[in-house]
Design a binder for this molecule. Structure first.
Ligand SMILES: Nc1nc2c(ncn2[C@@H]2O[C@H](COP(=O)(O)OP(=O)(O)O)[C@@H](O)[C@H]2O)c(=O)[nH]1
Ligand SMILES: [Mg+2]
Length: 199
């Protein structure tokens, strides 16, 4: 996919602000600092579309990015923030849940995990929680440049095994721009099934 335009549209604080035009959406979610903003920037070829290493406060919204005027990337509030209160955390979970439970245009949810670490208890629980909502999932193992090739293969298998997930696990590096083509193949297939793209 050649990204010819990518535009930050809005940071929605509630469902009443979500776009209502039915354009298909691919959503990204993961623990804070996992590399979500960096991946969005790498996929769109933009340095500063999404803020890298932003403070958690900035991500307490559902951020919508319009790509090629055809589909959206949606940046969902993360989990695992140490710096926010129980109440804020519950409100983030509610916001994410209402999006996942009830979003017709959603074609794929991308769960990001750091390739260097085995999934932690809350990653596993979160992945299981994601599976309740009927959307197709995909696990992206981020920061693959931080470990060698062989270890990448081991960790990829390890993450798949620990999560007990039927969904693919794709290693990527936003830094080295690897794994992006694999993601685009999956996204293009999703979008094609929505009748958005030819052939
Ligand atoms: N080496 C390496 N570092 C990365 C990669 N992706 C993100 N990072 C770093 O990880 C930190 C968090 O990245 P960010 O994209 O802000 O994570 P977010 O909180 O999930 O949006 C930043 O210091 C990034 O530079 C990657 O592919 N390789
Ligand atoms: Mg971010």
């Amino acid at each position: 996919m050649k990204v010819t335009s990518s535009v930050f549209e809005l940071g929605a604080v509630g469902p009443n602000q979500w776009p209502q035009d039915g354009i298909p959406e691919i959503a990204f979610i993961g623990r804070s600092n996992v590399g979500k903003s960096s991946l969005l920037n790498a996929l769109t070829g933009r340095k500063h579309l999404a803020r890298v290493s932003g403070k958690p406060g900035k991500t307490q919204q559902v951020n919508f990015y319009l790509i090629n005027s055809q589909f959206r990337f949606v940046d969902l509030p993360g989990y695992g923030y140490a710096a926010i209160s129980q109440r804020e955390r519950a409100s983030l979970a509610r916001m994410t849940q209402s999006y996942l439970a009830d979003r017709g245009p959603l074609v794929r949810v991308v769960h990001l995990l750091d390739i260097r670490h085995d999934p932690m208890k809350n990653d596993i629980e979160f992945h299981q929680w994601l599976q309740q909502w009927s959307a197709s999932l995909l696990v992206v193992a981020t920061k693959s440049d931080k470990i060698g090739k062989n270890l990448q293969i081991n960790q990829r298998n390890r993450i798949a095994q620990v999560l007990h997930s039927p969904w693919p696990v794709v290693p990527v590096s936003a830094e080295k721009r690897t794994g992006l083509d694999e993601l685009w193949v999956i996204f293009e297939t999703d979008l094609r099934q929505r009748g958005l793209m030819e052939g």
